[in-house]
Design a protein around this ligand. Structure first.
Ligand code: GTP
Length: 239
């Protein structure tokens, strides 16, 4: 294979739980998971080391449920457990495509996955395995975006790629306003000051303190992640 110029060699991909639900609107749709796995595999084939952090919104929304009466901490732990279901589903889909994958969890479920140990995660990446990191940070009160920022820093990822429904940050909601313009660049402070809802503040501050760029993009656009790792202008880069 011809040597390709890559801007980033190790990335952390943050997927929302909703990405796995497909048209069902809830739970895990195997067709959708297979599609996501194929897209991840394509990026992996470029020789990029990939760690993935998945949310759980397709199964359980901790923050949301706690507002309806369930204890906040209990709800957060339920959300963390739900990320493990998503992680195992994605592992299954990736391994069916012959892509070696390891699931590492912040909450121990040793019969199902390895515990998250930073050195192990890095070693798996070096050996060409996709590492899916589940269970959030293992602590309540933190979102999976924050878990993604934390893990990206820990494993020495050069970029945090946040895959969402829209392809980046826009001047207004692109679904409602067709004149909305995509912002190709933003600073961390602009995101924080303007309370842009791309990521929560804890996640953004953690990236800012450690100079970790964030790229917000849509995975639905073919080749988007590959183009981002090649340094092309895709989605919005926050740095
Ligand atoms: P290397 O030692 O770097 O080659 O990594 P490896 O993951 O291939 O080796 P290891 O012998 O540690 O693991 C073999 C298999 O067991 C892999 O599929 C691991 O994901 C799995 N495994 C390792 N530790 C645990 C654990 O604590 N729980 C579970 N459920 N699986 C584990």
């Amino acid at each position: 294979m011809a040597k390709m110029r890559l801007k980033y060699k190790r990335i952390l991909l943050k997927l929302s739980g909703e990405a796995l639900q497909g048209k069902r609107g809830f739970g895990i749709d195997p067709v959708e998971v297979r599609d996501i796995a194929k897209r991840i595999k394509k990026v992996h084939n470029l020789g990029i080391e990939i760690a993935v952090v998945i949310g759980a919104g397709n199964i359980y929304r901790g923050g949301h449920e706690s507002k309806k009466g369930i204890d906040r901490i209990t709800a957060d732990y339920m959300g963390m457990l739900a990320t493990i279901l998503n992680a195992v589903a994605l592992q299954d889909a990736l391994e069916k495509l012959n892509t070696p994958t390891r699931v590492l969890t912040a909450i121990e479920v040793k019969e199902i996955a390895e515990p998250f140990i930073k050195r192990r995660a890095v070693r798996h990446l070096e050996k060409g395995r996709i590492v899916i990191i589940a269970g959030g940070t293992g602590n309540p009160y933190f979102t999976t975006d924050t878990a993604a920022a934390l893990r990206a820093n820990e494993i020495g990822a050069q970029v945090l790629v946040k895959a969402t429904k829209v392809n980046g940050v826009y001047t207004s909601d692109p679904v409602k306003n067709k004149n909305a313009k995509r912002l190709s660049k933003l600073s961390y402070l602009e995101v924080i000051k303007n309370k842009l809802k791309v990521m929560d503040l804890t996640a953004v501050s953690l990236c800012m303190e450690n100079d970790l760029p964030i790229i917000v993009l849509s995975m639905k656009i073919p080749g988007n992640i590959a183009n981002a790792v090649k340094g092309k202008n895709v989605g919005t880069i926050i740095s």
